[in-house]
Design a protein around this ligand. Structure first.
Ligand SMILES: [Zn+2]
Length: 360
């Protein structure tokens, strides 16, 4: 589901956040809060329609209907490649597999995808003030960056450089004394993002330009029990306790702030070990990795919602991105044996194989 230009009202939220060093053991303790300026800037960006988001629906919603999700696995499954990173694949356009992704831009792919990007993890509402509420997302991002799996994206972005999506050197935590309100609405999510971006820019060696744009991707993790809505009317939400508004497990979005920040890319990662979101397994580490990897791949291949997605011809997959075409598809769950740990996640769609795969 794609959303643009919803009109949202401003809500001021105050939260305190720590910035820490490259491992959880080296906390630096830079506290920040959402200022009225952050909230006003977030409201202005949203009200002006300067954003676009793509939602990952819960499992039940998908199984209700989309034929595309059923057809992905029915093509011929080619042999997975050997244990090497393949050279770049030239994709013939228009695409020639029935559910292949099309490229919806006249600019080179390198100008409209994320070719080399550091990832910032932001943890909200975990009493331990670290990542432990979500399993081990830091290790997953580091492992994914070193994996063959991440190179499924190479064919779409025009790069096959190794380790080009590393974890950023700092993470942010909210203070347990200031838990987020629930549900967290669209404007307060964006205000949180802006406060974190501002703090990142203030870290030694960084500038507003160096922590924004296609070189940076922020992930906002919300703890168990915190509902999140993409609108301010609380109608389109992650709300496993309220099925009438339960519309997504996660999403990726871009938002344009005024100078000096400009465009910022981010994903929203609510707590995934709930009915409708937990994916192939219910353990929180894999459940988190499952939706996080989906949003990372889609952020890389379609960050501005104008690059790679289904064409709608000959089947009804218009707008479905690299992860959507394989979401909740349990025909091919993968056990990813990555560097430090195994994870069970979905596959990603490959035009090269015309199927959902875990290798380039
Ligand atoms: Zn998606």
């Amino acid at each position: 589901m794609r959303l643009r230009s919803l009109h949202l009202a401003a809500i001021a939220v105050v939260v305190s956040v720590f910035a820490i060093g490259s491992s959880a053991a080296r906390a630096q303790g830079v506290a920040i809060s959402i200022s009225p300026t952050d909230s006003a800037a977030a409201a202005e960006a949203i009200a002006a329609g300067n954003y676009g988001a793509e939602l990952t629906p819960p499992q039940g919603e998908v199984s209700k209907g989309s034929a595309a999700f059923m057809r992905v696995g029915q093509g011929a499954i080619q042999a997975m490649p050997a244990d090497v990173i393949d050279p770049l694949v030239t994709i013939p356009l228009p695409s020639w597999g029935p559910v292949d992704l099309g490229y919806f831009n006249s600019l080179p792919t390198t100008a409209h995808t994320l070719t080399s990007t550091r990832q910032w993890n932001v943890y909200l509402g975990c009493p331990a003030s670290d990542q432990t509420c979500w399993g081990n997302p830091q290790q997953f991002i580091a492992d994914l960056n070193a994996s063959k799996f991440i190179h499924v994206a190479d064919q779409y972005v025009g790069s096959n450089a190794l380790k080009r999506y590393p974890l950023a050197s700092s993470y942010f935590y909210n203070l347990p004394a200031s838990p987020p309100v629930s549900p967290v609405n669209g404007t307060s999510t964006v205000a949180w993002l802006l406060s974190v971006v501002g703090a990142a820019a203030a870290l030694p060696g960084n500038t507003p330009a160096s922590v924004t744009g296609p070189g940076n991707l922020y992930h906002l993790f919300f703890n168990q029990g915190i509902d999140v809505c993409i609108d301010d009317g609380d109608t389109t939400c992650y709300s496993p306790n309220n099925l009438s508004t339960f519309a997504f497990c996660g999403y990726h979005e871009y938002v344009d702030f005024n100078a000096p920040y400009g465009r910022v890319y981010f994903t929203v990662e609510p707590y995934q070990a709930v009915n409708g979101c937990f994916g192939p397994t219910s353990d929180i580490t894999s459940a988190t990795a499952n939706v996080l990897s989906h949003e990372i791949f889609e952020s890389i291949t379609d960050p501005n919602l104008d690059a790679w997605f289904g064409t709608g011809n000959p089947i009804d997959n218009l707008g479905e991105e690299i992860g959507d075409q394989c979401v909740w598809l349990h025909l091919y769950p993968q056990k990813l044996n990555l560097l430090h740990q195994a994870y069970v996640t979905q596959n990603e769609y490959s035009n090269k194989y015309h199927s959902c795969v875990d290798k380039p």
